[in-house]
Design a protein around this ligand. Structure first.
Ligand code: PEP
Ligand code: MG
Length: 889
């Protein structure tokens, strides 16, 4: 099995790219596979080789040692590059230099390490100066190499080198790096080498092979760096993938005014618009563009003009190279049939491609590109549906800033990631995480972000940076996470000592509230009001396609008319779960609920229930009207009664007054009702069995409302009455009969009938196992996977937050089982119940109403089991529609 794959250069050199393993990202990583692919379609790729991910896993598992085979294969591959470029590694006369970069299966922007200009030493730097005819360039490259290598491979603080550089400039009265002459840089290299020797206790390595192996080891090891681990956890990337290493002949964007470097997207990654989009810098190396040290220039003339920028675009300054680049963009889109994110370098007028990958994009852009590309015939409708991550839709479904609200604009930066966010200013990532943990909305404000800030960026509602362009770390990561971001806001200056912030002439403090508009790049003081998003255009088109391709229905979990309306607007096809207990908390009725609970006997309870009946009838009537004939599953009272119990003395006093009884008496009743384990206590259908009058009242309210609304002449209402927490057939039999009796009574009184169904939740393991029996009494099952997870795992859903984090980190569960269904375990119970239920009643309707009904992976499982519908909270309805379509394809 190859440990190394060559790419670029003459085919006779084993770089034919016809081994399928070479194009397999699991073997050669995303970057390596795409470099091979680009070279294969004839694009200009500097020759190089990829060390497989398997080798990095082996290296990390086997005590950080290289195998003999790897050493031999790398030596041969180096020869491949040498032959292709006609230079030799370490040759003092005309040295070949290489870059060493990581490349995992999926891109982890900025998370792992890169070393450029490797192969320079005291001897080869002179050769490079001679051959290039540019001594300044050679010494600048050597300086950069020492700094990068020392940071990445030797683990020295890069601040030491930056400081030396600053002093060198100050001593000479310079403002910019470019003012440093060849001699200045040569002197600086001397200082850099002294720093290395002092800090490391050994000189900077001069042997180019030692340099190379040091860099390879560092890239392998960067897989296990803390920031990479955090990124993997946030993005559900397994820890055992490892990273490939790409060693590639250097091309130089810093060889003077005919050289340049840049990053680009074939379409706009923020809006999805079909126009080239990117940034470049003349006479610079790749890192300069993303690091935000120099402000990059626009790629196209149109964008430069639109932004009112002075420095010429690449289109204007280097028309030939730009034209070639545009040709490559089109070729790449045709080849990959997707928007590409590209790194390129122009060396003395010649264009070289250094990387391509599927570009990260905002939800809005993902939608637009999917719909546009299907329209252009680049992809088909099914592919378009599969292109959009359902969870990303979340970004679009939330409110945006009200365009008519006044804005107190503090400053403008670059519109790096769209969306609106308001929150308290925090000045570092740890504070962001801490405050967010206290449920506070925070905006992370930094000079620029680095991979070390990733946890704070995740915790924040929005990100603001003083430096950096549209492709800066902050911008790329924020777009990937769906966080609004304004970058490069140069009016922002941060004082970390006083924890204050100056924006223009305004002084702000950590903790003050600001608002960001990531689509416009605006920073505003205070909180700006928001409005609901309009879901038309591309969103509507994609949803229509999704609806055409999905098999499962999508309902919503909702109980208020407002939520029902939101969900209908999002395309819900009915209610899958109306939690009636939520209606009991209303200020006007909680005292009746408490009176019912604390009543001494049935008569007392009935008196209280009589007060609740008209309220419940009103609730259901409104829901039926809002849902206009769509199916509505209404669950009878479920939670433990203590949840409604008064706790404060005033509450007891009020209630005692209301009922005309003594406070002490009420408190005693409350004590009697105390439970040790309420989640497994007197709740669910157990309430209906012991206090049938409660369920009778609710059933009556449902049928009276259904008859009334049907009589109003709208669409016929078909209520689905759902009994919670059933474990045995007998429980359901008793309660089904109770509901049937209530229905008949109402129908007789009203002289009218409505159709209805009685069914149950399957949320206890026993119910799942006994589903064949229970199905005799049920017209439908709805999987309550919240409780089913709690009871199957023996993990309290209310306490899990305290310990599930480490469980997921250690891979005990791949994801939080309350968020994404534990398919292996709980999934089996669902499968068994579906199968046994259908064996008894083939036409039984099956749905899911636990939180998992809005989780794409769980939805894919529901499709596999053949459920009839999923039910999700209103804002998750579109996510569920898309996920259901993807699952069906
Ligand atoms: C469930 O248990 O999955 C469910 C939907 O019910 P609740 O969350 O109300 O317990
Ligand atoms: Mg439940």
């Amino acid at each position: 099995m190859n440990t190394v794959y060559n790419f670029g250069g003459p085919k006779s050199d084993g770089a034919a790219h016809d081994d399928p393993r070479q194009k397999d990202k699991t073997v050669t990583g995303g970057k390596g596979a795409n470099l091979a692919e680009m070279a294969g379609i004839g694009l200009p790729v500097p020759p190089g080789f990829t060390i497989t991910t398997e080798e990095s896993v082996r290296y990390l598992n086997e005590g950080e040692a290289f195998s003999d085979k790897l050493r031999a294969d790398v030596a041969a591959a180096l020869t491949h590059i040498e032959r292709a470029v006609g230079k030799n590694f370490g040759d003092p006369a005309d040295p070949m230099l290489v870059s060493v970069r990581s490349g995992a299966r999926v891109s982890m922007p900025g998370m792992m390490d890169t070393v450029l200009n490797l192969g320079l030493n005291d001897a080869t730097v002179a050769g490079l100066a001679d051959i290039s005819g540019d001594a300044r360039f050679a010494w600048d490259s050597y300086r950069r190499f020492i700094q990068m290598y020392s940071d990445v491979v030797l683990g020295l603080d890069h601040g030491l080198f930056e400081e030396a550089m600053e002093i060198a400039k100050e001593d000479r009265g310079y403002f910019t790096d470019t003012e440093l002459s060849a001699e200045d840089l040569q002197e600086l290299v001397g200082q850099y080498k002294s720093i290395v020797e002092e800090e490391r206790g050994a000189p900077f390595p001069q042997d180019v092979h030692e340099q190379l192996w040091g860099a390879i080891a560092a890239v392998f090891e960067s897989w296990d760096a803390d920031r990479a681990k955090v990124y993997r956890r946030l993005n559900n990337i397994p820890g055992d993938w490892g990273t490939a290493v790409n060693v590639q002949a250097m091309v130089f964007g810093n060889m003077g005014e005919t050289s340049a470097t840049g990053v680009a997207f074939t379409r706009d990654p923020s809006t999805g618009e079909r126009s080239y989009y990117g940034e470049w810098l003349v006479n610079a190396q790749g890192e300069d563009v993303v690091a935000g040290i120099r402000t990059p220039q626009y790629l196209t003339k149109a964008r430069r003009v639109a932004a009112g920028a002075d420095l010429p675009s690449m289109e204007e300054a280097m028309p030939a190279a730009y034209e070639e680049l545009a040709r490559v963009f089109d070729l790449l889109e045709l080849h990959y049939k997707d928007m590409q994110d590209i790194e390129f370098t122009v060396e003395r007028g010649k264009l070289w491609m250094l990387q391509t990958r599927s570009g990260k994009r905002t939800a809005k852009a993902a939608l637009k590109m999917a719909v546009d590309m299907a329209g252009e015939g680049l992809i088909d409708e099914e592919t378009a549906i599969l292109r959009v991550d359902p969870m990303a839709l979340d970004q679009l479904l939330h409110p945006t800033l009200d365009p008519d609200a006044p804005r107190d604009i503090l400053a403008k930066g670059l519109p790096a990631s769209p969306g609106a966010a308001s929150g308290k200013i925090v000045l570092d990532a740890d504070t962001a995480e801490l405050w967010a943990g206290r449920e506070e909305a925070v905006i992370l404000v930094r000079v620029e972000t680095s991979p070390e800030d990733i946890h704070g960026m995740h915790a924040a509602k929005g990100i603001l940076t003083a430096r950096g362009g549209m492709t800066s770390h902050a911008a790329v990561v924020a777009r990937g996470m769906g966080r609004p971001c304004v970058s490069g806001a140069s009016a922002v200056s941060i004082n970390l000592v006083n924890r204050t912030l100056r924006i223009g002439d305004r002084e702000l403090q950590e903790g003050d509230i600001i608002t960001l508009d990531g689509a416009k790049g605006e920073i505003m003081a205070g909180q700006v009001p928001t409005i609901e998003p309009a879901l038309d255009g591309d969103f509507g088109v994609l949803m229509e396609w999704a609806d055409k391709h999905r098999r499962m229905g999508v309902r919503t979990n909702a109980e208020t008319p407002a939520d029902c309306r939101t969900a209908r607007g999002f395309g819900a096809e009915g209610i899958g779960l109306c939690r009636t207990e939520h209606m009991f908390f209303d200020a006007g009725r909680i005292s009746a609920v408490r009176a019912m609970i604390l009543a001494d006997d049935e008569t007392g309870r009935r008196t209280a229930l009589a007060r609740l009946l008209p309220e419940q009838r009103g609730d259901f009537g409104e829901i039926f009207r809002t849902m206009a004939g769509l199916p509505c599953t209404i669950r009878l009272l479920d939670p433990p009664l203590h949840e409604f119990m008064p706790t404060r003395d005033e509450e007891f006093a009020d209630l005692a007054n209301d009922l005309g009884v003594a406070v002490d008496h009420l408190k005693r009743r409350a004590d009697e009702l105390h439970e040790f384990n309420p989640m497994l206590g007197h709740r669910g259908c157990r309430l209906g069995i012991t206090f049938p009058e409660i369920y009778e009242m609710q059933a009556r309210a449902i049928f009276e409302a259904a008859c009334d609304v049907t009589a109003e002449g709208g669409d016929a209402v078909v209520p689905e009455v759902m009994i919670p927490l059933v474990a045995t057939r007998k429980e359901l039999e008793i309660l089904r009969k109770l509901v049937d009796r209530a229905a008949e009574q109402v129908f007789t009184e009203k002289g009218a009938r409505v159709e209805y169904l009685v069914g149950t939740m399957i949320e206890l393991p026993r119910a799942a196992l006994m589903a064949g029996e229970i199905a005799h009494e049920a017209k439908f099952f709805s999987f309550g996977t919240n409780d089913l997870t709690q009871t199957a795992l023996g993990v309290s859903r209310d306490d899990a937050g305290r310990f599930l984090g480490p469980y997921v980190e250690q891979g005990i569960y791949a994801r939080d089982p309350f968020v994404s269904l534990d398919i292996d375990g709980v999934g089996q119970l669902v499968e068994i119940a579906a199968e046994r239920g259908r064996a008894t009643t083939p036409e039984i309707k099956l749905g899911i109403c636990g939180e998992h009904g809005g989780d794409p992976e769980s939805i894919a499982f529901c499709e596999k089991v053949g459920l009839d519908y999923v039910s999700a909270s209103p804002y998750r309805v579109p996510i569920a529609r898309l996920a259901a379509a993807q699952a069906a394809l």
